[in-house]
Each structure stands twice: as C-alpha cells, then as structure tokens.
Design a protein around this ligand. Structure first.
Ligand code: UD1
Ligand code: UDP
Length: 386
C-alpha cells in the first residue's frame, strides 16, 4: 500500500468514541487501520457507557490508550459534554494526533469533533449526513449530527440520501458514499459465530438460561428501546403495547434486552415484569444479540443500529418512533415507522406476524446500507485523498 497519509504528515490517528453503537461501528475500521504498521493508532474512550462498551471492546479485542471513565449514574447531557470536553483537551495535548475519527451522533462524537476543531486537528466523520429534520427527535442526536458535519473535514456517508442532505447544507467537499460500517461489524460477527459451533452452542445455552425458554422452538419477537425523546409517556405507551401483544399472541416469546439507562429500566420493569411470555434481560453482548436477531421473526426497535442490522439479516422491523433519520429502510420496504401510539404498535405487530404475504415482502427487501466493505473503502479513500 502507498503510504500517502504519511507523506502528508498524518501518522497519528486518534479514534474517539464512548457508547455501545459507536464502538460496534468503529471497531471494524480500527481493525482495518491496524493492518498497516506505518500508522500509529491511538484509542480514546470517553466511557460515556461502561459495561455496554467494555463487552464490545473485549469482543473486538481493542486495547485502549485513554479511558476518560466518564459514566455516572443517570448522567445529564451537561455532565458528559462539559467533563468530556475538558478531559479531551488533555488527551489531545498528550497524543497530538494528525487526524481524529468520530462516529455517528452521540455526545461523545460531538465533543470529540469539537475538541479536534479547537486544536485545529483534521476530523473525519463516519456515518455523516443523517437527518430527521426534527430538532428534538432524535434528541440530542439530530443537532449533534448537524454540528459534527459542519465541524468535520472528511465525511463518510452511508447512502446517496445522506450525501444529498450534506449537499443541501453546502457541505460538498470530501464527501464519499461508503455504506455503513455496522454492516462490516455484523457480517464479521455472524461469520465468527457460524464458523465456531462451540461459540454458537454457548450463546444458545446462555440465552436459554437467561430467558428460560427453548429458543430453537420458539417464535421470537425481539424488542429494544432507549431514546431520550421517548422517556415518560411514549415509553409507557410502548410498554403497554408490548403487554397487549403478549396477551394477544400467547404462543410468541417476547425478548427485551433492557438498556441500562435508569429512565428506561424504571418504566420497562414496572409495566412488564412477571408476564409469562415477556422476558426482560440485561443488555446482551454483541455476538449474543446478533444471534438473537437472526433467530427472531420480527424486531421492534427505536435503535439506529438495529434498524440497519435487521435489514442485513432480512428481518422486518417496526420502528417505534415518530420520525427516523434512516428512511432508506422504510423506502426499501423492510422497516415501517409505527410511532409510539399503543393501538398502532399492537395492530402493526399482529398484522406482520399473521399476514404471510406482508411479512415476506418486508423480509425480502434489499439492504441499502452497504456490502460489509465500508471500512476498507474508508481506509482506501483517506489514503488516496489526504
Ligand atoms: C447514549 C447516546 C445515544 C445513543 C445511545 C446508545 C447521548 C446523549 N446519548 O444514550 O445517542 O443512541 O447511547 O445506547 O450521547 N448506563 C449504565 N451502563 C452503561 C451505559 C449506560 O449504567 O454501560 C446508564 C447510566 O446510568 C448512564 C445512563 O445509562 O448515566 C445513560 O447513558 P447516556 O450515555 O447518557 O445515554 P444513553 O441513553 O445511553
Ligand atoms: N446491541 C447489543 N446488545 C443489546 C442490544 C443491542 O450488542 O442487548 C447492539 C446492536 O446490535 C446494535 C447496537 O447495539 O449494533 C445498537 O445500539 P443502541 O440501540 O444502544 O444505539 P443506537 O444504534 O440507537 O444509537
């Protein structure tokens, strides 16, 4: 490989991330960069998440250089932003990178980009260009994205739609369509599981212990939710919808790995505990979750990453949000926006699992998020264009 990054004096590359989805999506890229010894790779985690992040670092075998250890119980946006930014100043002074990578739309990604800008370091944004066009939904991610995109120097967008969004905002330089690195992550993980029967056996055994059901024989509905804009009434609506679905579909098993955010746990456990076919469990490690997605009939979620992954696995998704910045899945026909209205969620779920024609139409749509080679494309493009 030509080392044109080095010729332009870019040799220290700093990856800054801090939550579960960023870690999953940035790990394949770190793996790609690690193939080339001429680059000095440095890893800084804010640890905005802790347990949910550590399990992924361990699975992808990522060693950390700087751990800001920021997570506090029920942390506010002010805490993460202010503490994180101040800590990043010290990291940048110590590491003195030539290029910073941030991913997606979290507060960690925002302060990572802002810190880079304050030190006049070039910033690369992965998963750029997503927009819901609603300032408060997803909150605070929509505005984080806009700010990160306007601060960044290099923009890797997953789709044409994301590129168009940037063009409309006047961001036209250094924009490349590469798909989403989450597809790299899920395909690599799926292959690891498929090539290792012992691992697969242990995943199934663990999950059967956690849920107390025979997973091979069960019809599974998988559910995740965590969005800040859903706290309170919308989340309660979602929970009451799940309760009603469990009553109307008694032969289905509903599995909810519950996000560790206390605002989520409180509502979910108070409404959905002790229902025979609803299984509330702690967040799963990535391979466990990937396996469970692949065995589920349908997925109800407000997660960005899960919307993208489900398409790769051919699983119909009901998006339990009022707006999504990932309209590609909806346009492709695999995802459907069902909002947070209880009646709507119940009706759409029952229709999907009872009407075969509708189900297969959604399950067979084409994945618009890439082919699993995004990390390589990002590496090659940066190498050529810096
Ligand atoms: C964060 C991101 C959101 C992203 C989501 C993915 C922000 C503002 N929010 O939301 O964009 O979609 O992650 O999951 O950047 N907690 C633990 N252990 C963990 C993780 C979280 O106990 O490993 C609890 C803590 O009490 C923590 C709380 O969850 O304070 C909230 O975490 P936080 O990162 O603020 O927000 P999320 O809702 O996880
Ligand atoms: N995920 C996981 N374990 C779980 C639930 C989700 O590993 O119990 C993974 C999932 O496969 C996806 C990512 O976490 O890659 C999504 O994270 P989250 O929903 O927290 O954030 P978002 O994608 O909405 O920002």
């Amino acid at each position: 490989m030509e080392s044109s990054i080095n010729q332009n004096n870019v040799s220290i590359i700093l990856f800054i991330f801090g939550t579960r989805p960023e870690t999953i999506k940035i790990s394949p890229l770190i793996k790609e960069f690690r193939k080339y010894s001429e680059y000095e790779i440095k890893i800084c985690i804010t640890a905005q998440h802790r347990e949910m992040l550590d399990q992924i670092l361990s699975f992808f075998d990522i060693k950390v250089d700087y751990d800001l250890n920021l997570m506090e119980p029920n942390q506010s946006l002010f805490d993460i932003t202010a503490n994180g930014l101040k800590n990043l100043e010290e990291v940048l002074n110590d590491c003195n990178p030539n290029l910073i990578f941030v991913q997606g739309d979290t507060t960690t990604a925002f302060i990572g980009a802002l810190a880079g800008f304050y030190k006049k370091i070039k910033i690369t944004h992965i998963e750029a260009g997503l927009r819901s066009f609603n300032k408060y939904s997803p909150f605070p991610e929509e505005i984080n994205r806009v700010l990160i995109d306007h601060i960044s120097d290099y923009h890797f967008v997953p789709t044409n739609k994301a590129k168009d969004n940037l063009m409309k905002e006047g961001i036209e330089k250094n924009v490349w369509i590469v798909g989403n690195t989450v597809i790299d992550a899920i395909l690599q993980t799926k292959a690891i599981i498929e090539n290792n029967p012992e691992l697969e056996e242990s995943i199934i055994t663990n999950l059967e212990i956690l849920t107390n059901i025979n997973l091979r024989k069960s019809k599974i509905i998988l559910i995740t939710c965590h969005r800040r804009e859903s706290f309170g009434k919308p989340l309660e609506n979602i929970c009451y919808a799940i309760k009603e679905i469990s009553e109307k579909l008694p032969d289905f098993e509903i599995i909810c790995p519950v996000h560790l955010n206390p605002n989520i746990k409180k509502s979910v456990y108070s409404i959905l505990s002790k229902i025979k076919n609803v299984h509330l469990i702690d967040p799963l490690t990535y391979p466990h979750f990937v396996w469970l997605m692949s065995k589920s009939l349908i997925i109800l979620t407000d997660s960005g990453g899960v919307q993208e992954e489900a398409l790769t696995l051919g699983k119909p998704v009901l998006v339990i949000r009022d707006v999504t910045e990932r309209m590609e899945g909806v346009d492709a026909g695999t995802a459907k926006l069902v909002g947070t209205n209880k009646k709507n969620i119940v009706e759409e779920t029952i229709t999907l699992v009872t009407e075969e024609k509708k189900y297969f139409k959604m399950a067979n749509a084409i994945n618009p998020y890439g082919d699993g080679k995004s990390s390589k494309k990002i590496f090659d493009l940066l190498n050529k264009n810096l």
